[in-house]
Write a protein that binds this ligand. Sequence first.
Ligand SMILES: Cc1cc2nc3c(=O)[nH]c(=O)nc-3n(C[C@H](O)[C@H](O)[C@H](O)COP(=O)(O)O)c2cc1C
Length: 239
Amino acid sequence: MDLKRAIMERISRRAFLDEPVEKLKLEQLEAAVWECNRAGDINIKIVTDDPAPFGAKNTYGMISGAKNYLAMIRKAGDPDGDEKLGYYGESLVLLATGLGLGTLWVAGTYNKNECNVKVADDEVLRCVIVFGNVKDRETLKEKALSKTIKRNTKEIKDLLLSDVMVPNWAVDGVRYALRAPSAQNRQPVRFVCSEDAVLAKVDETHENDLIDLGIAKLHFEIGAGGGNWEFGNAGIFTK
Ligand SMILES: Cc1cc2nc3c(=O)[nH]c(=O)nc-3n(C[C@H](O)[C@H](O)[C@H](O)COP(=O)(O)O)c2cc1C
């Protein structure tokens, strides 16, 4: 599936079916994880059949049937590590969406200590991305949860700061960034467009801001029709 379409179709899913993910889809995810780890010097791991971190008391009843996930692991000392997990992790989310799977970034409503994954002394497990088969349409409970969490969804003018004429590709970038998942739907990333550059920044007041930054940068890049981001808060985009 085209990445722009995957962005437009993706929503967080919280009710997973008790059906294993097809082998072919898992293999495609595995290949993509390997490539992300190589490109970003991170250590994402695929875990299947491990429901323990998502017991009802860990998810406050918000998530059901979760048992497959990507453990989002990075080097403890990597200053761009969170952002890279966001950027590369979201590319895996969009791949999974294209494969017809449901996904959910989870940083809060799970029990990290119950994840069946090895994390080295110089690494940190920052969050997980649950994936799996889901019903075609959201269940009533999923809809209600999503409506509550997404009460204050932002608009282009809230995310785009500029004193100059903004090129169409940058507006398109922000349009796709608006669709980016973010912790608690805070949508903390701002795009600043000046005469010669676009940069993306967060104020780093929330522990997941830099993960959200990486996710939003990928969405912007896809919406803008390609280009390159410098990693780092206030990193610059080159078209
Ligand atoms: C880094 C990160 C952490 C998140 N953690 C959780 C979580 O712990 N529990 C949960 O139900 N949703 C979590 N979410 C999903 C967000 O609530 C969701 O992306 C946001 O409400 C926007 O909704 P959408 O993804 O359907 O567009 C997280 C998202 C991100 C990006």
